[in-house]
Design a protein around this ligand. Structure first.
Ligand SMILES: *Cc1c(COP(=O)(O)O)cnc(C)c1O
Length: 441
């Protein structure tokens, strides 16, 4: 039996909004949010497949991990879908003092968001093809999600992407990544800020004039993005065990965190039996989650977003918190939280460059700094895995500012930066977006 999904808000009762109904993975993936605005939760967490330590390639591990979660597709079909999605490597790079960097940035848009976006896109496409439908995916973005989704969904026959970003408010590298021409992708440069983009997306979903246009979203609360992200936790722990056998100490894993999707995926893998000693939730100055775990903030008492060097983690109200909170009542025992400010981030970038010869992006540096703090606070001698969530070449300004050097080049990024770009500029009213959506063929 495949896993069923049910809303995190099931109490509705008299309202009868159907929030308590459980649905298949396919339904949860295609609808994104549960009725009533809840997040989909699995009704059980399947154990890791036997032999998870033995896989020597990522797609085959991914297929055996996902099969019990999703039901369909399976076998050969799932295998070839995942081979297309996950064609890039995940190197586990040793540093000194029993630390390893798990490089999740070798996909087409150079952040870990490629994993979730590419797998989700192909599963969506497969489910739509099965029922002869097509969908337009709307994304408001200021960073890595937009380019990962645009790239991951491009060229799939049953899907189209409309991407909104705030004109003049993203970095040059980000803008080139977002606007590189891709089949089936429409980039919109909105004269407004990120909140305007998000509001326009919400309004489009509620717009009666668009009721006949099938829309979906692809943000990090979608289970279709979340579940595939378990893959690299299992992959990295398996690599360590292959190298050292099962050591007495299970590794700790540091996760640079914002919306907490990545951490949720790791906790799911651990609940399925992956031996992880402790997760470290490594946040920047946006410290809602550390404050909550340290007892200094009430649940759901969110905060305004603060701008930092690690901007993909600038999240005041983490969208996966509700799911984490519902799934893991004992969060405090599984997760050690840290909040790292920009000065400490720069200093960690310098130290890891000086001591290990490694150039880390600012997000990865937050994770590396959090490992040092965790070790200092607990005396832990367990091996530590640091998830490297983005390629340093995406942040040339920050790397130059901290290290006084250019980041290592990425051919993939150079290609993207040289691709033909196109974006349609528009105003920030809901009519502006409506016109675009009605005009799509
Ligand atoms: C999105 C992102 C994060 C945060 O991941 P969450 O799943 O939102 O916690 C960290 N680093 C980078 C580079 C990102 O793009």
């Amino acid at each position: 039996m495949a896993v069923a999904f049910r809303s995190s808000r099931t109490s509705g009762g008299a309202g009868g909004d159907g929030g308590g109904e459980s649905v298949s993975f396919e339904r949860a993936l295609l609808s994104g949010l549960a009725p009533g605005g809840g997040l989909y939760l699995p009704d059980r967490i399947p154990p890791l497949p036997r032999g998870w330590r033995e896989h020597s390639d990522l797609p085959s591990l991914a297929a055996s991990l996902l099969a019990p979660w999703i039901g369909e597709p399976s076998g050969e079909e799932l295998d070839s879908l995942l081979r297309e999605a996950l064609y890039f490597p995940v190197p586990v790079v040793p540093l000194a003092r029993d630390r390893w960097v798990v490089e999740l940035f070798h996909g087409p848009t150079l952040s870990f968001k490629d994993f979730g976006a590419r797998v989700m896109a192909r599963l969506m496409n497969r489910y739509l093809a099965g029922s002869g439908r097509s969908l337009t995916v709307l994304v408001a973005t200021s960073g890595d999600t937009g380019s990962a989704v645009a790239d991951g969904f491009a060229g799939l026959e049953n899907l189209r992407v409309v991407l909104l970003y705030p004109k003049g408010k993203v970095s040059e590298v980000q803008e080139r990544q977002l606007t590189a021409r891709r089949p089936g992708v429409h980039a919109l440069a909105v004269r407004g800020d990120f909140d305007d983009c998000q509001r326009m997306v919400k309004e489009a979903f509620a717009d009666p004039a668009l009721a006949h246009v099938p829309l979906s979203s692809a943000n990090s609360i979608n289970v279709g993005r979340l579940l595939p992200q378990q893959l690299y936790y299992v992959w990295a722990v398996a690599r360590l065990q292959q190298q050292f056998g099962s050591r007495s100490d299970d590794p700790v894993v540091s996760v640079p965190s914002g919306n907490l999707g990545n951490l949720t995926a790791g906790l799911l893998a651990a609940a399925g039996g992956l031996p992880v000693g402790r997760f470290i939730a490594a946040h920047n100055a946006n410290d809602y989650f550390p404050s909550y775990l340290n007892g200094n903030a009430d649940a759901f008492e969110f905060r305004p977003t603060r701008h930092t060097l690690s901007n993909a983690m600038d999240v005041g109200a983490p969208s996966n918190f509700e799911r984490l909170h519902a799934l893991f009542p004992d969060l405090g025992e599984r997760v050690h939280p840290e909040s790292v400010d920009d000065d400490a981030t720069r200093e960690r970038m310098r130290r890891v460059h000086r001591e290990d010869g490694y150039v880390a992006c600012p997000h990865t540096a937050v994770g590396l700094e959090a490992i040092e703090r965790y070790r200092a606070a607990t005396g832990s001698t367990a091996p530590a895995l640091a998830l490297a969530t983005a390629h340093p070449a995406k942040f040339p300004g920050v790397v130059a500012g901290a290290l006084g050097i250019e980041p290592p080049r990425s051919e993939t990024l150079d290609e993207l930066l040289n691709a033909r770009a196109s974006a349609l500029e528009l105003g920030a009213a809901c009519e502006d977006l409506r016109q675009v959506l009605l005009g799509l063929d």
